[in-house]
Design a protein around this ligand. Structure first.
Ligand SMILES: Cc1ncc(COP(=O)(O)O)c(C=O)c1O
Length: 429
């Protein structure tokens, strides 16, 4: 079989030249550092942690600062893009990225807060069916959240939380293992909460199939999309997902600690019998300012809002959503991402396959941008990581021994992948 790539640098340069999305790198501030011969751009492969700052962000945030200075409180109701309905501006572009209806998504709070709000509504435990299925290596915040919810409802987290453990010889759980657990224990499980992409291994979960299996067993299906939003093509509405939460500071480039996102399927959005933790920003817009008792939720995900949102953060997210829209949405980005990460994997295996282990799935359908690596050579992984950082790469380290690298299709280049593999080879020796 012919090889999909070539190993020379000129091949990478040619891929960049032919890349229809190449101009989008210019939309971002690329961090630089001093090289001894002037400043050079870093190889930034940490978009899975904090996405880069779009150049248009400053203008969008400045607009709101300017309105604050000029109009102060009146900016809630007057001028361009008044603040009262400001979050509505984000609904359609966010929905397009998540495969949702605009009424099914809202930008609010942070991921973990949204997870709590969603569990308050969709984790409806009974004595017979009160367990929550998560994965063994769930992001700790999710683990704390589900344990605390089980305890909050009077159940012992030790038995209420079911953890999917991968087999000893594998990094991730397979679809067959998920199906097996649901078949065996589904009748006692109230909520299945899994990631879109696993933060540590980079494994992409089959959201549609998991949702179907969960529903067949009478369970609610919720997803943590922290590492999937802005990374994978998602169809949350069609896949019938009950709820999902995500953050906007990773692949969505919303800035440090930017406001999170939340999806509630249309099936639930107008169901007022679903209990929720309520706040005034989720109350009917027509009567919100009558300041009366009696909560009446806005239909759709907006009805789960609690507080008036931080406009400066929403403005920054809007700037980034504009960039996604200009790039044509997730499909072209995902096409490039499959090539970019595929090239990284191919080059790693070919050039230094003996010295590193890649434990992200090989099948591109089971991963996003990120590859998770482990050094196999005598040099300790932490030392390798420190060396590549010193050589101009920004990626991230996860204890005890994992280097995560995520080339991002909006702003990374094939040539950077090529350089990265050379730097890693030198660091391993
Ligand atoms: C998979 C995953 N879940 C949850 C979180 C927590 O997000 P937040 O701090 O926005 O609540 C993170 C943060 O990086 C994450 O990666």
């Amino acid at each position: 079989m012919s090889e999909p790539f070539e190993s020379g640098r000129e091949f990478a340069v040619a891929l960049d030249r032919e890349d229809p999305l190449r101009s989008f790198r210019g939309e971002f501030h690329i961090p630089k550092r001093e090289s001894g011969h002037g400043e050079i751009e870093e190889i930034y492969f940490a978009g899975n942690s904090l996405g880069l700052m779009p150049r248009r962000t400053r203008g969008c945030v400045d607009e709101e600062l300017e309105k604050w200075g000029r109009l102060a409180v009146k900016a809630h109701f007057t001028g361009v893009n008044p603040w009262m309905p400001y979050h509505e501006l984000l609904a359609a572009p966010t929905a397009a990225l998540l495969g949702a209806l605009p009424t099914e998504v809202v930008t609010m709070n942070s991921l973990t807060v949204n997870l709590h709000l969603m569990m308050a509504s969709f984790y409806r435990p009974t004595r017979e069916r009160h367990r929550i299925l998560i994965e063994d290596r769930a992001f700790p915040s999710d683990d704390y959240a589900v344990e605390s919810h089980a305890a909050h409802r009077g159940f012992d987290p030790a038995s209420a939380v079911v953890r999917l453990r991968p087999r000893a010889d594998r990094a991730g759980v397979t679809m067959a293992e998920i199906a097996e657990v649901l078949e065996r224990e589904g009748d006692s499980i109230a909520l299945v909460l899994l990631p879109g992409v696993q933060y540590y291994t980079g494994q992409a979960f089959e959201i549609e199939a998991i949702t179907r299996l969960a529903h067949e067993k009478g369970c609610v299906a919720g997803f943590d999309l922290a590492h999937a939003a802005g990374n994978l093509v998602l169809r949350l509405h069609d896949w019938d997902v009950d709820f999902a939460v995500w953050c906007t500071y990773k692949y969505l480039n919303g800035g440090p600690g930017s406001v999170g996102g939340c999806f509630v399927h249309q099936r639930h959005g107008s169901n007022e019998s679903i209990p929720r933790l309520a706040g005034w920003w989720g109350h009917d817009k027509e009567t919100r300012f009558r300041m009366q008792r009696g909560f009446r939720p806005i239909p759709g995900a907006e009805g789960w809002q609690l507080s008036n949102p931080p406009i400066l953060s929403l403005a920054a997210i809007r700037a980034s959503l504009d960039v996604f829209q200009a790039a044509g949405g997730m499909e072209p980005l995902r096409d490039k991402s499959i090539r970019l990460t595929g090239y990284l994997e191919w080059l790693l295996r070919r050039e230094i396959g003996d010295a590193i282990e890649i434990f992200t799935p090989e099948d591109f359908r089971q991963r996003g941008c990120q590859l998770s690596l482990r050094a196999k050579s005598g040099t300790p992984g932490k030392t390798v990581f420190q060396r590549i950082e010193a050589a101009g790469v920004t990626c991230d380290w996860r204890e005890p021994d994992v280097i995560r690298v995520a080339p991002v299709p909006l702003y990374n280049r094939f040539e950077e992948v090529h350089r990265f593999v050379e730097i890693l080879r030198a660091a391993l020796s």
